[in-house]
Design a protein around this ligand. Structure first.
Ligand code: TYM
Length: 352
């Protein structure tokens, strides 16, 4: 036996664990954002060093009113804090305040391949029929997302299921960068290949009007989503009016999976109450929506109405939010700058 640490396998990443994620300030936050992302951030901050930002650089890939953008950024920060993120534990900051994101994104644009981006389904969905009228930024969006993550060498990324493909691209970019510019000798590698944290019944919340469409900020029907700023009455009314079928809830997950709207409401109940769908079915199988919907409405109001209330309180004092964002940006820069300096050295830039 020796007292030396065991050798690191070639290709292993040996840096500390770190969580990073973000939300775009491009419209009101809804239950999908809350369950797919915000709730997870709050849980993780107690376990791992956590960086959570407001993705304002990503937001401008589609038009944002300059007169409203800064306030939208504060709203996301307020939602983070209202849902339990503690600015003394997690680093909360606006993406545009840390220029290292954009600088690393350029270098990654020269690492990522055109074919990789051509496969991104979210660009196809967002650009629609007129892709030639989309901004170039909308196309290279996932490259900036890779830079967001890797400039902090984040190892874990809590997101909803719709971000899975972007996370795969991030892993590919990290792998190619390590291969092309890695420190000779192999181990340890420069960038981690971050793990997406997607699991759980809240990873894909569907529209309350259509169980086959994702709950989304851009759905024209406000009844399709529960907004974090909805009042208790609005939340209850939206649950009451949610589309369902006439059958009672089934016994098994397999039967539930064949009924999109029922599956969605059971998933929401499970995520809000911290249970699995099977546990929810164990309590409600055989009962109709006349029983289930009021129980869900009560639970949703109990969990969400205080978040909206707290958000309104925080937004009443923008100076406090601005101070939190400024302090977070300073801390984020301290972490991002050394990574970017090392990257520039590895790439071979003059003076790096
Ligand atoms: P954005 O702003 O579209 O969404 C923020 C988060 O909410 C999740 N989400 C959902 N989860 C469950 N059900 C839904 N219906 C639902 N709708 C949205 C999203 O998966 C996301 O986690 N590209 C990101 C922002 C981003 C980012 C990053 C995230 C930029 N850079 C780096 C992680 C790491 C986005 O568009 O989020």
């Amino acid at each position: 036996m020796t007292d030396q640490a065991p050798p690191v396998a070639p290709g292993a990443y040996t840096g500390p664990s770190r969580v990073l994620s973000g939300v775009q300030p491009s419209g009101a936050l809804h239950l999908g954002n809350y369950l797919g992302a915000l709730v997870k951030f709050t849980r993780l901050q107690h376990e791992i060093d956590t960086f959570i930002f407001v993705a304002d650089l990503h937001a401008i890939t589609v038009w944002q009113d300059p007169a409203a953008l800064a306030q939208q950024t504060r709203e996301i920060a307020a939602a983070y804090i209202a849902s339990g993120l503690d600015p003394d534990k997690a680093t909360i900051f606006p993406q545009s305040a840390v220029r290292e994101h954009a600088e690393l994104a350029w270098i990654f644009q020269c690492v990522a391949r055109l074919g990789w981006l051509d496969r991104m389904t979210q660009f196809k969905e967002k650009s629609g029929k007129h892709k030639e009228r989309s901004s170039v930024g909308l196309y290279t969006y996932p490259v900036l997302q890779a830079a967001d993550i890797l400039v902090y060498k984040a190892t874990h990324v809590p997101v909803g299921e719709d971000q899975k493909q972007h996370l795969e691209l991030t892993r590919d970019i990290a792998g190619k960068f390590n291969h092309d510019f890695g420190i000779p000798g192999g181990a340890p590698v420069f960038f981690p290949q971050p793990e997406p944290l997607i699991q759980g019944p809240g990873a894909r919340v569907m529209s309350l009007r259509d169980g086959s469409a994702k709950m989304s900020k851009s759905d024209p029907s406000d009844y399709s989503r529960i907004n974090l700023t909805d009042t208790a009455d609005d939340i209850a009314a939206k649950v009451r009016k949610a589309r369902t079928d006439p059958e009672p809830l089934p016994e098994t997950i397999e039967e539930l999976a064949a009924r999109a709207e029922a599956d969605n409401l059971v998933g929401i109940f499970a995520a809000l109450s911290g249970q699995t769908k099977a546990q929810v079915l164990a309590e409600y199988a055989g009962k109709g929506f006349g029983t289930f919907k009021p129980a869900l409405a009560e639970l949703a109001v109990e969990k969400l109405a205080p978040v909206g209330e707290k958000m309104r309180g925080l937004l009443g004092d923008p100076a406090v939010l601005d101070a939190i964002l400024a302090k977070g940006a300073e801390k984020a820069r301290e972490t991002a700058a050394p990574t970017l300096a090392e990257v520039k050295k590895l790439v071979g830039f003059w003076g790096a």
